[in-house]
Write a protein that binds this ligand. Structure first.
Ligand code: ATP
Ligand code: MG
Length: 137
């Protein structure tokens, strides 16, 4: 079993889709190890998405991620990073496979409902960005 980090983004929380997304996560065989609702500060969003700092959509992405509450999750499953990215679907919902969360719920390449770590190393960093060691025991 390994772990990944997930976010239910502000668009999905505001639309009342967090419960359905959690249901899809559980139906997908993930165990929710830790979960918290919070509103990201600009500093947190800029740090979390720091790898995208030079991209043209960075400012808009930070505005989006701070516009309302999110749900952050530590998910456990065999092959968790890849399994969660498969369940999320492609970044742009127009390219996302049928049945994926982004296909079902996302409005655009930016407002795309969910985040997932892109590698086990990234997952470890992202989990400690939002959870303390005792949350993750
Ligand atoms: P995430 O990191 O949120 O799980 P991802 O790994 O599928 O998504 P990234 O390339 O890491 O995609 O982009 C991070 C986020 O930035 C995307 O989820 C989306 O919200 C936003 N984003 C990515 N590409 C664009 C774009 N071309 N225009 C606007 N927003 C974008
Ligand atoms: Mg990414």
């Amino acid at each position: 079993m390994d772990r990944t980090f997930a976010i239910i983004k502000p668009d999905a929380v505001a639309a009342g889709q967090a419960g359905q997304i959690l249901g899809a996560i559980e139906a997908g065989g993930f165990i929710v190890r830790a979960m918290r609702m919070l509103k990201m500060s600009r500093t947190q969003a800029e740090g979390f998405y720091g790898v995208h700092r030079e991209r043209p959509f960075f400012g808009s992405l930070v505005n989006f991620m701070t516009e309302g509450p999110v749900v952050v999750l530590a998910l456990e499953r065999e092959n968790a990073v890849k399994a969660w990215r498969d369940l999320m679907g492609a970044t742009n919902p127009a390219n996302a496979a049928e049945g994926t969360i982004r296909k079902r719920f996302a409005a655009s390449v930016e407002r795309n409902c969910v985040h997932g770590s892109d590698a086990p190393e990234t997952a470890a960093v992202e989990l400690t960005f939002f959870f303390s060691a005792s949350d993750l025991l």
